[in-house]
Design a protein around this ligand. Structure first.
Ligand code: MSP
Length: 516
């Protein structure tokens, strides 16, 4: 049996102290598009998401809601599953850190770290930010005008003194630097890589990895007074889902993960602590961590207190699911911060989706329907222009694959739009409606070239806009078996003689209420 190509990718697991918002939808959407793309490209994909349910922050939120933490997490975790469904995310597993399989994995990695003498018992005295669930050194803090100490993230810190187990992170500086050096693609984008490198070169302190002052966490093996630090617990989810501590079977096939997708705020945990924990426990680090940027809303930082949280469900209700999926990945170079604005959303929806792509499909398929007996015509000999367009469409798979392997969603979409725009230019220039009378045979060739171009573009857009592309592929009567990227191999093309169904517009224009 030939070994299938594997691809394992993960989202961060989301804190359940909050309802899902655009930031959560964004990270998982990016992974969903990659997962769908890789599946169509012949990979055996595992796509993991889930919820991070332990820690002080969640315990405090449960107390505020007046229910016990387990009942609280059951409720809020469900919101994230509902979001996945509403956004049509195709995750293969949904992990909750309160599950038994995860407790087992955490205790097993802890035991490995103890056995390797990478953890020792001491006492912590220092600053802690509950919002970030992170420890900070005095030198990292600043003071607000009111005199409160805050972390670089803006989170308030509190002084903590308690017995604690420590991970010997200080011993990992050189080994981490060597690891980054040997694996230049481990951290992306480049600017983030530089940030991490300078952080590690600045020197690492041993890391407190247990807490005693609250209870909502995974007990440390053989010392019930302590629960594990929530980030050691949370990061371990990536190996739990792959089957750890059983290191044979699925784990041998899946680990190391191909990609951890994260927001820029949690880069340090994934690129410093996590590879150090893993190497110390004798486990290979993941292959790549990509840190994306943050969204603002109409130029403002998104926050509950400002009341400007963007709810994914509302966006979908206002603009449509595929439109939102497209916008989020097209608007901002992936990796940069981005601003959500209603006007930008409408511009993309009306310009690129309704006018460029939607119109192309609608006018070409309508002409095939009306002028060719609703049948994909047989092409005659190709002209230079025909070949140019067909070649451009034919080259797209390799181009898009290259961009997506570097998580450059915006470039992948732009490359597809270059061909869409070329196809629209070709329609205008060839004017098939004129050819109908002047040169009907030539019209058949032109409509064939366009149908084939639309087929290729649409197959490639499936991961981003699954519903709309399915409708266009249905109109072209492409069977389910002919929708993978095997159907984009050179030499494979639209079957002439296929009877198509009645075309209908798939990308409505957004019209402001009250406008006519
Ligand atoms: N529980 C940790 C992750 C543990 S992973 C082992 C956590 N959870 S979180 O719910 O606070 O954040 C999850 C992700 O949402 C992060 O990657 C974060 O960057 C992302 N976002 C939160 N707000 C965001 C925006 N406004 N914009 C884009 N993404 C943002 O951190």
């Amino acid at each position: 049996m030939s070994a299938a190509k594997n691809y394992y990718l993960t989202t961060p697991i989301y804190y359940v102290n909050d309802a899902p918002h655009i930031g959560h939808a964004y990270t998982t959407l990016a992974c969903d598009v990659l997962a769908r793309f890789k599946r169509l490209d012949g990979y055996d994909v595992k796509f993991l998401t889930g919820t991070d349910e332990h820690g002080q922050k969640v315990e405090t939120s449960a107390q505020a809601a007046g229910i016990d933490p387990q009942a609280f997490t059951d409720k809020v975790s469900q919101n994230f599953r509902d979001l996945a469904k509403a956004m049509k995310f195709t995750n293969d597993d949904f992990i909750r850190t309160t599950e038994e399989r995860h407790k087992k994995a955490c205790q097993a990695i802890w035991q490995r770290l103890i056995d390797a003498d990478e953890i020792y018992l001491g006492a912590y005295a220092g600053w802690y930010a509950v919002r970030d669930e992170a420890y900070y050194g005095e030198d990292e803090l600043t003071k607000t005008p009111e005199g409160k100490r805050v972390a670089p993230s803006g989170a308030e810190v509190e002084w903590v003194e308690e017995p604690s187990y420590f991970f010997r992170l200080s011993q990992w500086e050189d080994k981490l630097l060597k690891f980054y050096d040997d694996n230049p693609d481990f951290i992306a984008p480049k600017t983030r890589r530089n940030e991490v490198l300078s952080f590690v070169k600045g020197g690492l302190r041993d890391l407190s990895v247990s807490r005693t002052t609250f209870k909502w966490g995974i007990p440390v093996p053989n010392d019930d007074d302590h629960i594990m630090y929530v980030w050691l617990d949370a990061l371990t989810n990536y190996i739990t889902s792959a089957g750890f501590p059983d290191t044979e079977g699925e784990f041998a096939q899946r680990w190391p993960a191909d990609l951890h997708m994260v927001g820029k705020d949690i880069l340090r945990f994934h690129t410093v602590y996590w590879p150090a924990f893993l190497m110390a426990a004798g486990i290979e680090p993941p292959k790549r961590v990509f840190a994306h940027g943050w969204w603002t809303n109409e130029g403002e930082k998104i926050s509950k207190s400002l009341g400007n949280v963007i709810e994914p469900n509302q966006l979908v209700a206002d603009y449509g699911l595929d439109q939102v999926r497209y916008f989020l990945l097209r608007e901002v170079p992936f990796g940069n911060d981005g601003d959500f604005s209603r006007q930008a959303m409408i511009n993309r929806m009306n310009g690129e989706l309704a006018n460029d792509y939607g119109n192309l499909a609608q006018r070409v398929l309508s002409m095939v329907f009306k002028n060719c007996d609703a049948t994909i015509p047989e092409p005659g000999e190709y002209t230079v222009e025909d070949n140019q367009l067909l070649d451009a469409a034919g080259a797209l798979l390799a181009t898009v694959r290259g961009h997506l392997d570097r998580q450059h969603f915006h470039e992948a979409l732009e490359a597809i739009w270059v061909v869409i725009r070329a196809a629209n230019g070709y329609v205008d220039h060839q004017a098939p409606w004129k050819l109908k009378k002047e040169d009907p045979d030539r019209m058949l060739t032109v409509l064939y070239v366009l149908s084939e171009t639309i087929r290729r573009i649409t197959l490639l857009l499936q991961p981003v806009m699954p519903d709309s592309t399915a409708k266009i592929l249905d109109q072209l009567v492409i069977s389910a078996g002919d929708r993978t990227f095997a159907a984009l191999a050179s030499g494979v093309s639209m079957k002439a003689g296929t009877e198509i169904s009645k075309p209908e517009g798939v990308f409505p224009r957004f019209v402001e209420e009250g406008a006519n």
